[in-house]
Design a protein around this ligand. Structure first.
Ligand SMILES: Nc1nc2c([nH]c(=O)n2[C@H]2C[C@H](O)[C@@H](COP(=O)(O)OP(=O)(O)OP(=O)(O)O)O2)c(=O)[nH]1
Length: 253
């Protein structure tokens, strides 16, 4: 089996990086069959025997980072040609062909995903930490009223996550926050700002309080909670997968 690995950083949220990758397909001269697909974190495709290759598999993993989505791809192939000549074909001719096809494919893919991301409204949340507690907020109105969330909101056109975080915390709570590090990203099931269902994600950042005392200008209630009390709150369902990262953070500080 011969293998090549590729890593691309895409300026797009997880959902967009995944959906655009699937829409573009793969750069092989014959179709592969889906073996596994777990939106928006992983997919695996494979070609069976025939067409001159004994096997070809193409796996992609999508990881959220502060800089965008990191896409790790692994291509494994084996022509099954016997002897030294077969090895030479796999190692040189096909290796070169795979490299060339993937390079061309990945350039186009990164550009297409970044372009598509411009049409998707993102949501950012702040896990504002003071001492061993994190600030959580209870929504006051709308369909999610009464549920707990991280203060934050929609990123405006031309804004980046961090600027949106600072603006939203000032508007919602009258405080200045200093974003520290990216904590995680989760897909949002519903429509955000009239976009396609399931396209947007919530990206949560750890932040410190730089100045001011939080006041609930838009929420029903704000509360400082310790790691042990996080799970017991009635969270917006989408936020729950982020709680372990917040708990870990509180444990480390
Ligand atoms: N702020 C925030 N929004 C969340 C979280 N989890 C979650 O599903 N959401 C959803 C709820 C909303 O559909 C969307 C955020 O919209 P928002 O209404 O708070 O945004 P905004 O402050 O920009 O509001 P607006 O100006 O449009 O009124 O994301 C979370 O932890 N924090």
């Amino acid at each position: 089996m011969y293998r090549l690995r590729f890593t691309t950083v895409v300026a797009a949220p997880l959902t967009v990086a995944f959906d655009v990758a699937r829409a573009l397909g793969r750069p092989w001269p014959f179709p592969l069959e889906e073996v596994e697909s777990v939106r928006p974190v992983r997919d695996l495709y494979a070609a069976g025997p025939g067409r001159g290759w004994r096997s070809l598999t193409h796996e992609r993993r999508f990881t959220a980072t502060g800089a965008g989505t990191v896409v790790d791809e692994q291509v494994d192939w084996d022509t099954g040609l016997p002897g030294a000549l077969g090895g030479l074909v796999d190692q040189t001719v096909l290796r070169r062909r795979v490299l060339r096809a993937m390079r061309r494919h990945l350039d186009g893919y990164a550009a297409a995903a970044a372009l598509r991301a411009l049409d998707v409204v993102q949501v950012v949340g702040a896990a504002v930490v003071r001492g061993d507690r994190v600030l959580v907020a209870q929504r006051g109105s709308g369909p999610l009223a009464g549920l707990w969330e991280f203060p934050g909101g929609k990123v405006e056109p031309g804004e980046d996550d961090v600027a949106a975080l600072v603006r939203e915390c000032a508007e919602e709570m009258g405080v200045l926050v200093a974003p520290q590090a990216f904590l995680g990203e989760v897909p949002l099931d519903g429509r955000v700002a009239g976009g396609a269902p399931g396209a947007s994600t919530l990206r949560v950042w750890w932040a410190r309080l730089a100045s001011g005392e939080p006041v609930a200008h838009e929420h029903r209630e704000l509360r400082w909670v310790g790691a042990g009390d996080l799970d017991g709150l009635d969270w917006i369902a989408a936020d729950r997968p982020l709680l372990p990262a917040v708990r870990d953070l509180l444990g480390r500080l």
